[in-house]
Design a protein around this ligand. Structure first.
Ligand code: 18C
Length: 254
């Protein structure tokens, strides 16, 4: 109930990007830079430490099995290339909570807890219950950013990071609290046509999605791994086709 009140009294987004005076500023910058650097690290041979759990066309989903005190912490990463959409469009739809429930299949609810700036807010996700485990929730800041390419040859980057935090208006206790560090990192590739008129056919988005999730309390490892193996590829397919549909008839948002 406390949560409902917090949501009703949430102020509209401030029309200003994240400022150095914001108490989250340093943490957000640090976490975002780590994710951005990761895409430039072309680790040779690194792939064999990742196990491919799904491959379908351009989509590849990998995991690494890690358990700590019986809790599954498997880091997950996925790469995908999708034609007809830009990184800005992918990130916008991943970040915008107004459309989240249109593509999220594993949530019961998702609400804004507090706006920090135009590009950042704290939200509360209640995740659907998976039998026989207890129901989970998550509180995290979500931040969207456009970053210039590292060099002249590198395309610009659009990124969204969802990173767990605490908030007084969503006390821990009703559900088992999941923690996460999730990033959607995108680069747009344009193959200009001979006539110079760029349409959606000439655009590709290279997506790298990573999820480090701690399920909180105990959950049966075999069930959890089976749910992840089914849900992450499903999410990536469903979400990217959602973005394609949502943008198809609109002007390209570069
Ligand atoms: O990144 C995604 N969504 C973001 C915006 O909402 C956000 C959310 C991340 C969710 C992290 C995953 C939470 C896992 C919770 C563990 C649950 C324990 C269950 C115990 C099982 C024994 O960053 C997209 C996220 C895509 C999610 C893929 C995996 C999530 C599995 C969650 C289980 C819910 C299953 C619901 C089954 C019903 C399906 C119709």
């Amino acid at each position: 109930e406390e949560n409902k009140i917090a949501i009703k009294t949430t102020k509209p987004p401030p029309k200003i990007l994240l400022q150095p005076s914001n108490p989250y500023y340093d943490e957000i910058n640090e976490v975002v830079s780590r994710h951005i650097h990761r895409i430039y690290e072309k680790t040779k041979g690194g792939e064999d430490t990742w196990e491919c759990i799904a491959e379908e066309g351009e989509l590849k989903v990998y995991k690494r099995e890690i358990e700590e005190n019986g809790i599954v912490l498997d880091p997950l990463k996925a790469v995908h290339t999708v034609t007809g959409i830009t990184g800005h469009e992918v990130c916008h739809h991943f970040w915008d909570i107004k459309v989240r429930m249109d593509w999220e299949a594993t949530l019961e609810s998702s609400d804004v807890v507090e706006w920090l700036s135009e590009d950042t807010f704290i939200c509360h996700n209640v995740i659907k219950r998976v039998w026989p485990a207890s129901q989970r929730d998550a509180v995290f800041w979500t931040h969207i950013r456009h970053v210039p390419g590292e060099s002249d040859e590198e395309p610009d980057v659009w990124i969204v990071v969802n990173y767990s935090t605490d908030h007084k208006s969503v006390p821990n206790g009703k559900y088992v609290r999941v923690t996460m560090n999730v990033a959607m990192v995108c680069q747009t590739i344009i193959d200009p046509p001979a006539d110079g008129k760029i349409t959606r056919d000439n655009i590709r988005c290279k997506i790298s999605y990573t999820a480090d999730v701690n399920p909180g309390g105990w959950a049966p490892a075999s069930v959890l791994r089976a749910v992840y193996k089914r849900e992450y590829p499903r999410f990536l397919k469903r979400f990217t086709s959602y973005v394609k549909d949502a943008t198809a008839k609109k002007e390209v948002m570069f």
